[in-house]
Design a protein around this ligand. Structure first.
Ligand code: PEP
Length: 250
């Protein structure tokens, strides 16, 4: 049985004081929820503080990215050792905004995942097609290519622990969420591809989130799909009130 996992990706939002206000309110609001895994991904500068505030709570703290070297002359990058040192629970790798604006490729995503696995940091891997690709009818081809490149030659046992966020790029931050049936079909295709790559047992263990304009009004419907095991949420996760409503609606 896969446990539902709902994670909030704050991107470049929420200052230190906003992070504090959010966590104080959110902690109270979700404290009795134990059937859903809950996480937030604040900015790097607020991660350690968020982690300390979330101690003794059911809120996981997630990094939005990570570099694929341990240390060295990589100005502006964040080392896995830094994330380990503050006991970060997960790291998001390969978000479409990283691929689109910061030149990340399947090769660099693969290197990051390898490095995270080496340090036992759990990974949320984001994949998804662009609007043009959906319109051309090549969604599955794109998803398969990303999975094969991103997860190339990885250790089977570690892959079982990975969380995959299926995020159609055209649905991110646009208010245009994917039709439930389309999201389920894509997540089912991802699971089938994982089966071809790593076998049935692993494919059944991997949790697949849907991401793209998830809100309180549609979260339950997505989560009730056979192959959707959670959500990666942007806009609706920025305020404690809207994020807790979205989680409680499931
Ligand atoms: C995201 O950032 O991963 C995301 C899904 O954003 P939104 O919920 O705002 O579409």
């Amino acid at each position: 049985m896969r446990k539902i996992f709902i994670a909030g990706n704050w991107k470049m939002n929420n200052t230190l004081s906003e992070t504090k206000t959010f966590i104080e309110e959110f902690k109270q609001s979700v404290k009795s929820i134990d059937n859903i895994e809950i996480g937030i991904a604040p900015s790097f500068v607020n991660l350690a503080y968020a982690k300390a505030l979330c101690q003794d709570s059911n809120i996981k703290v997630i990094a939005q990215n990570m570099y694929f070297e341990d240390n060295g002359a990589y100005t502006g990058e964040i080392s896995p050792l830094m994330l380990k040192d503050i006991n970060i629970d997960y790291v998001i790798i390969g978000h479409s905004e990283r691929r689109q604006y910061f030149g990340e490729t399947e090769e660099t995503v693969n290197k990051r995942i390898r490095k995270a696995f080496e340090h036992n940091i759990k990974v949320i891997l984001c994949i998804g097609e662009k609007l043009q690709e959906r319109e051309q009818g090549i969604t599955n081809i794109v998803l398969e290519k990303q999975l094969k490149g991103d997860l190339k030659e990885l250790d089977n046992n570690k892959v079982a622990e990975i969380v995959i966020a299926y995020e159609p790029v055209w649905a991110i931050g646009t208010g245009k969420s994917a039709k439930t049936e389309d999201a389920q079909n894509a997540c089912n295709f991802i699971r089938k591809t994982l089966k071809d790559m790593f076998g049935e047992e692993i494919a059944q263990k991997v949790r697949i989130q849907y991401g793209g304009s998830v809100k309180a009004e549609n979260s339950k419907e997505y989560m009730s799909q056979t192959d959707i095991d959670g959500a990666l949420v942007g806009g609706a996760s920025l305020k404690a009130d809207s994020f807790s409503k979205l989680i409680k609606a499931v």
